[in-house]
Design a protein around this ligand. Sequence first.
Ligand code: SF4
Ligand code: SF4
Length: 464
Amino acid sequence: MDFSRISGAPFRFARAAPRAGHDADMQTSFTITQLLDPQVASSEKILRACVHCGFCTATCPTYVLLGDELDSPRGRIYLIKEMLEQDKPATREVVKHVDRCLSCLACMTTCPSGVHYMHLVDHARERIEKTYKRPLADRMLRGLLARVLVNPALFRIAVVAGLIARPLAPVLDLLGLRRMAAMLRLTPRGKPAPPVDRTGKVYPAEGRRRGRVALLSGCINPVLAPSTNEAAIRLLNRHGIEVVVAAGEACCGSLLHHMGREDEALSQARNNIDAWTREIDGPGLDAILVTVSGCGTTVKDYGFMLRNDPVYAAKAARVSARARDVTEYLATLKLRGAAAPLPLTIAYHAACSLQHGQQVLRQPKDLLSKAGFVVKDVPEGHLCCGSAGTYNILQPAIAQHLRARKLANIEWLKPDVIAAGNIGCIMQLAAGTAIPVVHTVELLDWATGGPAPQPLATLADAAS
Ligand code: SF4
Ligand code: SF4
């Protein structure tokens, strides 16, 4: 395939990367003026690292499903390159294929040349958002998601409304409103938890204090799964770690960032950086812990996202350097008296943001195994479950195919429970299976003296 002619645009030879041993590096043709924009300059560097070998296509979920080169990382890289080089508004074709990208980052794990696809596609999404006028219904839905998902009070109301309207999902499907139907089907079956504002609260260590950390409360978690952070706090306190939910912290901006709404995302990031900086400069923080791996990937990237902000660049880098997935931090502690209350077989679902975005691979499984659970890897574990932030609402057909494939692989293991480290994956999988799906940290809390995770309560009662 002639990649230089995607969309029929001519390929302009102007600048090649002179890297030894990489004579097939991608050539780019940006003008000097374009390269004065630091964002373009950093994307150009990423583009030049691609040797168009195509290794990434094999692990890209959309290429595996759709078989279209333009729905592969390599195809998208060419489309993005063309969009940026030509400095024109995004075309419908670019939008279609970039929208289909899950930002799962499996391509980054596979790429032998270290192409930072995440930063490239983030830039593309922002450019699309700023230059492309989506159809009205699309704009309305995206606007609604951007407003509701980041605000726990509004989100709670939306979840209750979704619960009531859930039986209407098949009707919406018949009317062609598949995204609305998908949103209703993802609504959890139980009522959302009553609001508990943890911000500004300090949870003291039990016994001698060994450390002090901040825990991101976030926006979705307190409504859909408050039990996750409750378990994390208990577990950390029990092991001598003081936990603070910093006053003033809120949504990390991850969902907005992935929708290309960069100004709003950066505003959320700055807010959290200020909140955590007060703690770092005040009582001190050993780490900033996140129990939602999608959010963790973004907090770890604050340093890059704000690198050109003279006021926030240094503070953002300091925050990102302290950001850890909760299992990363737990792995540095010796969990005392860990013993699985039941000999359960766990299918460990590696969230893409954790395995590809943060390269946290071993810690969750090691912690669960050491606690006495039987842990099994899911076949095709590198493929996304289709959750991917708002993807399962905005691209329901692909998301449902990916979930069916993921659940078939999981069910083949015949597990008692599925463990994951990301609320998006937990909701996505739970909507399609009767197997209980819980957060890794809830199992670890249970194994070290905490209560049984709610989806396992009946099982635990029967065994006691
Ligand atoms: S694997 Fe890396 S270098 Fe090869 S085509 Fe994909 S992004 Fe480019
Ligand atoms: S992020 Fe995932 S879906 Fe997007 S191109 Fe890479 S592998 Fe494919």
